[in-house]
Ligand binder design. Structure first.
Ligand SMILES: C[S@@+](CC[C@H](N)C(=O)[O-])C[C@H]1O[C@@H](n2cnc3c(N)ncnc32)[C@H](O)[C@@H]1O
Length: 296
């Protein structure tokens, strides 16, 4: 029997192709891990840029979630990418901090580009972010609020973290539009009067905690509030919350560029039809916030 008709020979050839493919993928993974080991100092909450196509998909995702033209969303994303003042602030603060051995000074926003565009597009009066870490998200959100304020739409940012060391990046001028609170996120939310226009869950990522955080924040959300889940690539708690509260849900998956991490994502719960008729948040000055330890 000629070799090309021999099922055994054909099987061997297919196995060789499979082996070559596996070896190629293994080499690519090892190259990314080596690069990360050599060039990064981060131990968690990894930062990276996204592939250009992924950023384009992120623009379309945000456009659908907030009901704003995709060209406007692309403009907001470019605005953050071209904000050299914020980039310089991040580089300078991390390079001179005691955490410089476990943090990268190069600013890389990943999915936070989407957070920025959501704030710019929806003009929230009150943003709550649970889980601050170094304060990269805090600065991104504060920058968006500062741009909104320049356009006549002021808002205030509240960041909460259980770690009193969190938030080193959240310094002037960014801290002028918000404040950090150091306590358990759910305990904070129980005392927070709201109403909240944008809630970002990025604290304790156990499923149970995340679900309880959404239940706690539920009565404080405006009708048109946007809720972002930073752990939606791991569980469906935000999707369940969206379903239970008659909100829509979408998920965006990151595709990191040149990085060993496979990417997280943005889960977003939202309502469109009611945005026009949503209750208006009180002015930011009139919010009553009760906390144990607050820094301004
Ligand atoms: C992934 S990091 C947050 C990253 C941040 N949002 C950013 O944009 O870079 C998670 C943070 O949640 C905080 N955290 C964990 N459990 C918490 C809790 N029960 N209440 C408040 N913060 C908590 C951790 O201290 C950590 O700083």
């Amino acid at each position: 029997m000629p070799a090309e008709n021999n099922p055994f020979e054909i099987g061997i050839q297919y196995q060789q192709r499979r082996l070559a493919y596996a070896n190629q993928r293994r080499d690519e993974c090892i190259a990314k891990l080596d690069k990360w080991l050599l060039e990064s100092r981060e131990v968690d909450n990894f930062t990276y840029d996204l592939h250009e196509l992924n950023v384009a998909y992120l623009s379309s995702f945000v456009s659908v979630a907030v009901g704003v033209e995709v060209s406007a969303i692309e403009g907001y994303i470019s605005e953050l990418q071209n904000n050299f003042t914020l980039k310089e602030h991040i580089r300078r603060t991390i390079s001179s901090s005691q955490y410089r051995w476990i943090a990268d000074a190069e600013p890389r926003y990943g999915r936070r580009l989407g957070w920025y565009a959501i704030v710019r597009a929806t003009k929230p009066k009150v943003i709550v972010e649970t889980g601050i870490d170094k304060g990269l998200g805090s600065c991104v959100l504060a920058t968006a609020l500062m741009e909104n304020a320049r356009e006549g739409y002021p808002g205030r940012y509240y960041g909460v973290d259980i770690n009193p060391q969190a938030g080193m990046l959240f310094a002037p001028p960014y801290s002028a539009v918000g404040q950090l609170v150091f306590r358990d996120a759910i305990a904070f939310l129980q005392t927070f009067d709201g109403p909240i226009d944008l809630h970002i869950n990025d604290s304790d990522h156990s499923e149970d905690y995340e679900a309880r955080e959404y239940e706690t924040v539920r009565p404080k959300l405006t009708d048109a509030a946007v809720i972002i889940g930073d752990n939606a690539h791991c569980n469906d708690k935000l999707r369940q919350f969206a379903k239970a509260t008659s909100r829509q849900f979408l998920f965006f998956q990151e595709n990191p560029k040149d990085h060993m991490y496979p990417g997280a994502g943005i889960g977003v719960a939202f309502r469109h039809s009611s945005r026009e008729s949503s209750p208006v948040s009180p002015s930011v000055q009139s919010l009553n916030i009760k906390t144990d330890s607050t820094i301004l």
